[in-house]
Structures are given as structure tokens and as C-alpha cells.
Write a protein that binds this ligand. Structure first.
Ligand code: S6P
Ligand code: ZN
Length: 193
């Protein structure tokens, strides 16, 4: 941590661009997710194989001002999901539960049109609409995945506790209990048999 002189007025090391959510400054990480890294996400295996494996599906930026795992700290991020589909499913994130189920998270829509898919431990699944200005509180017990249903970039912000951790395995193994598909031009939640 920086040493702050008594009575000094200083500039922050980080800034945020409200138009697209981009964070600038220090302690940032960037991750790019390519289609080839998301083998168990989309249902239509044929379309998955027919699409360029190096296609970028989403990008995550996160400002990590403290060490991952520290109790009491916060992380702040931005995710961009590109528009597109694999079969009748829109581009989406992997989705996860938090490792510590009592650690919640805020999401807020910045650009584009999306769906926040939510699932509880009993595998009840529901969704919230995302749009510029939408605000979402995600209870720590709830799995969350975001989906771009529009024709332009979906970008959203996130803030979560630095000790929340991510459990990706549960979703990798069992998925969500419903899939968001485009049916007759409209997004619909279809239960997984
Ligand atoms: C972290 C937060 C987001 C996601 C990001 C990508 O708790 O929920 O920053 O990491 O939207 O999703 P995923 O499921 O690939 O981590
Ligand atoms: Zn999360």
C-alpha cells in the first residue's frame, strides 16, 4: 500500500471510462476467452467444431487492489461479450458459483443487451435482463453466467469480495438446468432434460 502523507490531496491511481466500463491504471489483469477454451458450454457440437477455435468470445478486465483470497477486500471488473451464436445459443461466459457461498456480487449493465442467468443450489434457474443502467445483486449462493443477446458488444461491470473465489467445476460438470436459445428470433429459456 502507498504511504499517504497527512493532509495531502492526491490523484487516484485508477480511473474508469463510464462509456464502456474500461478501467485504466495499476493492479489490472486482462483475460481473453477463446472459443477453444469453452468446450463444454455450447450444446451444438457440430456448430462448435465448424467455428474458428480462435474466435474471441469474451474478455475480462479486473482491478485487483489486494491479494486474491484476502478477507475484507474488494475486486472491480469489466466483462465484454462479443455478439454471436453457436447453433441457436448466444455467446456467453463459462459461469460459476463462488467458492465461499456467503460472498455476493454486484453486476451493472454498461453497453448492449444481455441476460444474466442465475441458478440456485437446487438447480432452479431464472434470468434478469441486462441493459445500460441495469443493476444486479447476486446472492453468494447463486451461480451466474452472462449472455449477449444483442447485435453489438455487451459490456458490464462487476464488484465482488477478494476472498469470494470461483468454483467453475460444478458448472463444467453439470451446466445450468436451462439453456438460453434463440427461438423464432427471440431469446427463450429452455429446460435441460
Ligand atoms: C467475477 C465476476 C466476473 C466474471 C466474468 C467472466 O466474480 O463474476 O468478473 O469472472 O464476467 O465470467 P466467468 O464465469 O468466465 O468467470
Ligand atoms: Zn462471480
Amino acid at each position: 500500500m502507498n504511504i499517504i502523507n497527512h493532509l495531502s490531496i492526491i490523484d487516484t491511481a485508477n480511473t474508469i471510462d463510464y462509456s464502456n466500463g474500461e478501467i485504466k491504471g495499476e493492479s489490472l489483469i486482462n483475460a481473453t476467452k477463446y472459443l477453444k477454451e469453452l468446450p463444454n458450454i455450447f450444446e451444438d457440437q457440430q456448430s462448435f467444431e465448424n467455428t474458428d477455435p480462435n474466435k474471441i468470445i469474451y474478455e475480462v478486465q479486473a482491478f485487483l487492489p489486494v491479494k486474491e483470497g484476502l478477507e475484507g477486500g474488494l475486486f472491480f471488473g469489466k466483462t465484454i461479450i462479443y455478439p454471436g451464436k453457436i447453433g441457436d445459443e448466444y455467446f456467453m461466459t463459462k459461469g460459476h458459483f463462488h467458492e465461499k457461498p456467503d460472498r455476493g456480487e454486484f453486476y451493472w449493465g454498461i453497453q448492449g443487451e444481455g441476460i444474466l442467468l442465475l441458478m440456485d443450489k437446487n438447480r432452479n434457474t431464472w434470468a434478469e435482463k441486462m441493459y445500460p443502467g441495469s443493476l444486479h445483486y447476486i446472492n453468494g449462493h447463486i451461480a451466474h453466467r452472462t449472455i449477449n443477446i444483442g447485435e453489438s458488444i455487451l459490456s458490464f461491470g462487476a464488484c465482488w469480495p477478494s476472498d469470494a473465489g470461483h468454483n467453475y467445476q460444478e458448472i463444467m460438470d453439470n451446466g445450468f438446468s436451462a439453456r438460453l436459445k434463440e427461438i423464432k428470433g427471440k431469446p427463450q429459456l429452455i429446460p435441460v432434460r
